[in-house]
Design a protein around this ligand. Structure first.
Ligand SMILES: Cc1ncc(COP(=O)(O)O)c(C=O)c1O
Length: 390
């Protein structure tokens, strides 16, 4: 077994939501945390803080180091010149997204998203009193793709923000340059601010690539706010440290005028050191993890093809999430999520939460050991067989 893979008993001893929410009988494959030990450089950084009981206020210098490490990583991995001066530390991406929506639109204005979409995007729009504008992705026959004509159609006079998930959760798409250019054109034509959530940028499989929205070209970059962190790629979501990058001084100034700095709070000092360690020294660990994730992704694809061909699913190009359309199964429960929780004791993400059209789907997190993944898939297949026999 790879050194970073943790067995179920080690996972159950953790206090996070993933293994505690549904109790011991259920295998959790819902929330996007990985069942893996973290990279040693991250552990070392956290251990140093604990050993030295270094729990005071973070020094401005260390906050600057996060911004510098972000710019360096974006340049090295994606060829994107992010600006440390236009980077702001925030505690988490959802905070940054909500703050950007408030800064760049008024109550009642539209915020457009590509559905199905990570549910907090939708609740973030509702929670800030903005209006959901939905542009469903379309099935190309080999993957879900952005419908740019649809985007042009649904964006109305009062749509101000385009909330993009790049790479896309839950479809697992790493968008092609053409798709991003088409999105950028609509944003330019309709004067939209793009808020691009790139938290899954480090989890892209060979054959696909991550293209930062802020790298697309001057006009698009200038209207793009990027939110990102090391938390998803390096499995440190509880440490609460993220960045928000403004593609132009003007955008940053508009944000500053709209959102008082104090409302953004302060970033956790442990998160700061862990983030720097992850971005600067965590890549060898991440390379190994990507090997496991890739094998698991292929395992899920083979399982769909061989054991449950009535499920419709495309292997993700990025993320450790599989989006499974269960319509063809004709399940007896109100939703497939309820069915698998009750009949298979497997907890999955409920597709209905990802917007209209997702009701017959579930999202499966496959970032676990080969053996736990096998158990998850066997339990699901057995429950399906049993339901079909009734
Ligand atoms: C697309 C996306 N954005 C944001 C988050 C959560 O980020 P944070 O915990 O920094 O708010 C997740 C977590 O799974 C995610 O998938």
């Amino acid at each position: 077994m790879e050194p970073f893979v943790l067995p179920a008993n080690a996972m159950r001893a953790r206090r996070g939501i993933k293994w505690r929410r549904y109790g011991d009988a259920v295998l959790p494959a819902f929330i996007a945390d990985m069942d893996f030990a973290v990279a040693e450089p991250v552990q070392r950084a956290v251990r140093r803080i604990v050993d030295q009981q270094d729990y005071g206020y973070a020094h401005r210098e260390d906050r600057d180091r996060v911004e510098a490490a972000f710019a360096e990583r974006m340049r090295e991995r994606f060829g994107w010149e992010a600006s440390p001066e236009r980077t702001l530390l925030i505690t988490d991406l959802l905070q940054g997204i909500a703050a950007a929506v408030v800064a760049f639109s008024e109550p009642g204005d539209g915020v457009v998203v590509q559905t199905p979409i990570y549910p907090p995007f939708l609740s973030g729009i509702d929670g800030t009193g903005r209006r959901r504008v939905l542009n469903p992705m379309v099935d190309s026959g080999s993957r879900l793709v952005v419908d740019s004509d649809g985007l042009r159609r649904v964006v109305d006079e009062r749509t101000r923000v385009l909330l993009l998930c790049n790479p896309h959760n839950p479809s697992g798409r790493a968008f092609e340059r053409e798709e991003l250019d088409a999105i950028g054109s609509v944003a330019f034509e309709r004067d939209l601010v793009i808020v691009s959530d790139e938290i899954h940028c480090d989890l892209v499989y060979p054959g696909a690539q991550h293209i930062p929205t802020g790298s697309l070209g001057r006009e698009v970059a200038a209207r793009t706010v990027t939110v990102n962190s090391a938390t998803k790629g390096f499995n440190i979501a509880g440490l609460r440290c993220a960045v928000m990058h403004f593609g132009s001084d003007e955008l940053q100034e508009r944000f500053r005028r709209a959102i008082p700095e104090r409302l953004l709070g302060g970033v956790n000092a442990i998160g700061i050191d862990a983030t720097i360690a992850a971005w600067r020294h965590g890549q060898p660990w991440l390379d190994q993890v990507m090997g496991r994730l890739r094998a698991n992704r292929d395992r899920v694809a083979a399982w769909v093809a061989e054991a449950v061909p009535a499920i419709h699913s495309y292997p993700p190009e990025a993320t450790y999430l599989a989006w499974l359309d269960c319509r063809g199964l004709g399940l007896p429960a109100a939703s497939p999520q309820e069915f698998f929780l009750r009949e298979a004791q497997v907890a999955l993400g409920a597709g209905g939460d990802f917007g209209p059209g997702g009701e017959a789907c579930v999202r499966l997190n496959f970032a676990t050991s080969a053996s736990i993944l096998d158990q998850v898939l066997e339990r699901m297949a057995a429950a399906i067989r049993q339901a079909a026999a009734l």
